[in-house]
Design a binder for this molecule. Structure first.
Ligand code: GAL
Length: 359
């Protein structure tokens, strides 16, 4: 009798959690209006039984088309997606940081328990300045469907040295023009030349993700120093401000598109190289602590397409019922709104090393 009753209570719970992961391998993914999901470089979070998918809401590439902002779609089965429009929109106010023509790339939304708000971080570029601003934007909302209000957009951690930087490195001076990629330039980059250059105004922040560790702390992980070095920067309990505590990872390694997960006490980060919209081979790193040291590992992709991450670039690793799903974009630079989505369940070797394959 006891068993029967237990089963009676367990069954609905089991049933409710069993959402089959659909196959997403770069085909067109129509929403409930029949339009391809226009949410790129983003992330998916689950609130109650609902999945929220946030991403770049891109233009169609026609003359005068521009990015609309950050979009949100919802689903209860990960297969049927309903469009909720723009949750953080660009505007037509001249000089506004979100003036039409600006870029809001790689948006990530997380829930903050301390404030009971939804926090949206994104890589922000100002109108007319290409990729020179290299700022991080943060916006908040009471509701996962927004609207989000912009709190701040800026470079990151002005005045703060990375936690591992030695006094010698802090006090180093560098020749004005070191030729790129020479051994002395490489050494200078590794020692923190660009970090020191940007220290007063804050570090450059481009491709990014947000990671919430299992102790509840949040981290902003981004490509910094001219896309040469990844920074992992701790956020405060509101998830909207940096604490000033951060580490530099793979200095000079040119990593972009960071995505991260933790399994059995090990942190794994999958990144791309820096080739713009064109795909390249993914890289992987692992660490026992989020603040490093991080160990560089080979390309985690296997089989056909491994050298181009299956013609895509990662954006997020979603935990789904005990599994980890590598979400990626197959960019279409001529028509960014039609960039395709790939969701690749991460597999593990017998020794626990993650790998990705489409086979
Ligand atoms: C990629 C980056 C994208 C976008 C693109 C622009 O390297 O990952 O998010 O910024 O460059 O060329």
């Amino acid at each position: 009798m006891f068993r029967l009753i237990t089963l009676f209570f367990l069954l609905p719970a089991l049933y409710a959690s069993a959402v089959t992961l659909p196959t997403v391998k770069g085909e067109s993914l129509p929403d409930t209006d029949g339009v391809h999901v226009n949410a790129h470089g983003g992330n998916i979070i689950k609130i109650g039984d609902t999945y929220y998918w946030y991403g770049e809401q891109r233009g169609d590439g026609s003359e005068g088309s521009y990015q609309l902002g950050v979009s949100c779609y919802t689903s209860t089965d990960l297969a049927t997606w309903r469009n909720h429009g723009t949750v953080l929109a660009v505007n037509d106010r001249p000089g506004d940081p979100l003036e039409q023509g600006c870029l809001l790339e790689r948006p990530k939304v997380v829930y903050c328990p301390a404030t009971d708000k939804y926090v949206l971080w994104f890589h922000h570029e100002l109108k007319g300045r290409g990729y020179a601003a290299a700022q991080a934007g943060v916006a908040v909302a009471d509701n996962p469907l927004g609207p989000f209000t912009l709190l701040k957009t800026s470079r990151v951690n002005p005045g703060y040295y990375p936690m591992e930087m030695t006094d010698e490195q802090k006090n180093a001076t560098y020749a004005d023009k070191l030729e790129w990629w020479t051994p002395s330039w490489r050494k200078a980059v590794s020692d923190g030349m660009f970090n020191l250059r940007d220290l007063p105004g804050g570090q450059m922040a481009r491709d990014m993700t947000i990671y919430i560790d299992d102790d509840g702390r949040a981290y902003h992980i981004f490509a910094s120093e001219e896309n040469l070095t990844i920074n992992i920067a701790e956020l405060d309990s509101t998830f909207t401000r940096h604490t000033g505590r951060y580490t530099r990872v793979a200095a000079g390694g040119q990593n972009e598109a960071p995505a991260i997960f933790k399994k059995d006490g090990t942190y794994w980060m999958i990144t791309s190289g820096c080739t713009g919209w064109a795909p390249n081979a993914a890289r992987m790193m692992k660490a026992n602590s989020i603040m490093g040291p991080w160990e560089q590992l080979p390309n985690p992709c296997r089989g056909q397409g491994a050298e181009t991450t299956f013609e895509s670039q990662g954006t997020y690793i979603m935990e789904h019922e005990g599994n980890f799903i590598f979400m990626a974009d197959r960019w279409n630079p001529k028509q960014l709104n039609d960039s395709r989505h790939l969701w690749i369940p991460i597999q593990f070797d017998a020794d626990g090393t993650p790998y990705l394959t489409l086979e």
